[in-house]
Ligand binder design. Structure first.
Ligand SMILES: [Zn+2]
Length: 232
């Protein structure tokens, strides 16, 4: 597995070898850099060749994980060390886990299908599909989500064969798209929720902090959207 973040979300630095270099677009034999995908922004940070620093300005998932650097210069076969901007990433981890908690509560309370989420440092959002929606009740759902946060529940990830993953009822009900792969990564918040997800998460819900609702919106006939931010 060359995507180290799938196994260890807390890995901040790592050693790797350059596999390919097309100008400033680099692939590595292993990386802890998360590429923009699944509603979670990409990591920023640096690659070092000795003391020489190359800034990682963008990370893309195009079959492979491509690190877009601030300049050319790295060559296949070279050893590098990578360091991710941890403050940025850790906030995204907290936001991503918060999205799962909030999605689970919305689903439990309303039966709504979760249709998307977008994580950002300043504000994140969860989209869901529901015909009739009482905005006032949304703050109750956020309060329920905060109870789960305070319970400090464990968050674990497992990689399961597709057939086994699809037998998990929650996963089928909540999944936006179960990826078309032989192995499915399942993120579980103990006693709350299991979802197919390739994102990075905190180890316990207590790390999320406090979910603060910013606004709830109607986006067309049955599309609903709630924006939130996190307080420490
Ligand atoms: Zn997710």
């Amino acid at each position: 597995m060359n995507a180290l973040y799938l196994l260890d979300s807390y890995m901040q630095s790592f050693e790797a070898t350059v596999v390919s270099a097309s100008g400033n677009r680099i692939t590595l034999d292993r990386t802890a850099f998360y590429p923009r995908s699944g509603g979670q922004p990409d990591d920023l940070g640096s690659l070092f060749r000795g003391d020489e620093e190359f800034k990682v300005e963008q990370v893309e998932a195009e079959g492979e994980i491509i690190h877009v650097l601030d300049r050319d210069g790295l060559v296949p076969g070279e050893a590098v060390s990578g360091k991710i901007d941890w403050e940025r990433r850790y906030r995204f981890m907290r936001c991503h886990s918060a999205c799962h908690v909030l999605s689970a509560v919305i689903f439990q309370e309303t039966g709504a299908k979760i249709t998307g989420n977008q994580i950002d440092a300043a504000r994140s959002r969860v989209d869901f599909s529901l015909e009739s929606f009482d905005k006032a009740r949304m703050s109750e759902y956020v309060e329920k989500a905060n109870c789960i946060v305070r319970e400090d529940r464990p968050v674990t990830t497992r990689i399961l064969p597709r057939s086994e993953a699809l037998e998990i009822p929650d996963l089928v009900r909540l999944a936006m798209d179960v990826p078309d792969r032989e192995e499915i990564r399942v993120v579980e918040i103990e006693g709350v929720d299991r979802q197919a997800c390739g994102g990075t998460h905190v180890e316990r819900t207590g790390e999320i902090g406090k979910i603060k609702m910013l606004k709830a919106e109607n986006k067309g006939k049955s599309n609903r959207r709630v924006y939130f931010t996190l307080e420490d």
